[in-house]
Write a protein that binds this ligand. Sequence first.
Ligand code: ATP
Ligand code: MG
Length: 561
Amino acid sequence: MTTRSELEDGHRPSSAGEPADGGTDFIRQRIRRDLESGVVTGGVVTRFPPEPNGFLHIGHAKSICLNFGVAEEFGGETYLRFDDTNPLKESDEYVEAIKADVSWLGFDWGDRLTFASDYFEQLYRFAVELIEQDKAFVCSLSGEEIRSTRGTLTEPGTPSPYRDRSVAENLDLFARMRAGEFRDGEHVLRAKIDMASPNLNMRDPVIYRIRHAHHQRTGSTWVIYPMYDFTHCICDALEGITHSLCTLEFQDHRPLYDWVLDNINVNFHPPQIEFSRLGLTHTVMSKRLLNRLVTEHRVDGWSDPRMPTIAGLRRRGVTPAAIREFCRRIGVTKQDNLVEVELLEFCVRQDLEGSAPRGMAVLDPLKVTLTNYGGDGEVLTAPWHPQLPVLGERELTFGQTLYIEQEDFSDDPPPKYKRLSPGEMVRLRYGYIIRCDEVIRDESGRPVELRCSYVAESKSGSDTSGLKPKGVIHWVDGATAMPVRVRAYDHLFTDAAPDFSDLDAALNPHSLTEHAALVEPAIDASRETRFQFERLGYFHRDPDTAGLYHRTVTLRDGYRP
Ligand code: ATP
Ligand code: MG
């Protein structure tokens, strides 16, 4: 697990865009070797092969950055290939969402957009080829029977009673499976490999099954569908993938990947190379579980800003650059790892720190009336970013009625308190110094209004008052501030490594807090959508709902509402 001190000390970026280890992870080393030795001649070709059964998550981003990244670095090409072999779970909506996410991350597949279903006819012919060589057979056991005869890690499986069907009978049955003569589950096509293999994936795996279902691309043309292990290696071979990069759970499938390609007539055999999946604390990286959160309405759809999906992160205000930088920093290894979500937040903060304009918003407003102020409608100017003059300036109105953060006033201030308290002074950022003269309270004694006086000579930038109040606080002008809703987020799951067997217990009940807030009008009018609200964090204006802002990330040492 990455620790916080590693984050702050050891993980400084070397230079923008360069992989964390200077491009020497084991996959890049391997590719470089293959190019130098002439194993690969026509350029590097990779693919990102999502199944369109859900939205992409940040784990997929790791794979996207790796596949598209190495192709870019070595002057190659990357396919975006949809693994659409299970019509029951897949949809066009997911295809479109995945395309949008990959583009948004900044990667371009050009004209290399493919679907496993593009190859259904060829895949069928390769299956026939296996049957003809007596290397595949039609099995009429039920799914349950196939599972129960598979054996265990310590005991071999039991060969299917249908294993010795003749080639002719297998060809006939397989053709009739395709023609739709049988019901779902009545037969499957299995590779004939080795029921005693120590690798369970090699024990006569199913390579085709019957599914009378509408497919989003091929409609009702097919009623048999190839399985992933059979499909994937052949698509890789047909597309000339030079390095088939996948996650470690496929390591045990590699012998099958190789067996299929060794036993059919293709002239290209890509190597499969595995790397570890990304795991992130306080969240989940499985589409199946994410799907459950959506369908059970635990979150507001796939793009809920608490979701680890690319769409959720985008709505939350995370930039593609921050995600790419995160992927660069985590690197690529074979070690299973659980990365702290703080590393992602660090990358987001770092990116926004140097790009997002800064303005003022008050999340929990407390009214301030300036008893001695007569200049209502005064216009001040302030830079959008103190260190980035290119971002320009905005106008800021000042008036008799202002709002400050409830947290910035204390009746009973602790020692060294730097905000406002009775009788004390504070500077309003880019405005004037004020002093709290009187506190108006409701029946319960809670302050509801502060009556203050302002110091006319203390205007920011031309201060001649000689006063040096200890604190500077943010504020908005009551006459012009825009009422908005601000959503602050916390971890979706309470524990760093949640136990998903009990979702109710695992979900953080405080993952969302909504504030009726006030923002300065220049923020709401700006064409920018990401801002630092001074002292509060980074926020993103929702692209679809007017007057809604999401807190992207807090300020590292800022106070947290
Ligand atoms: P999930 O379990 O979330 O559904 P998946 O592996 O079934 O993931 P696919 O759509 O098949 O999802 O994944 C497409 C590619 O993304 C695969 O090559 C897979 O290895 C890779 N991938 C998926 N999850 C991660 C992850 N957490 N870290 C790195 N790569 C991942
Ligand atoms: Mg999958």
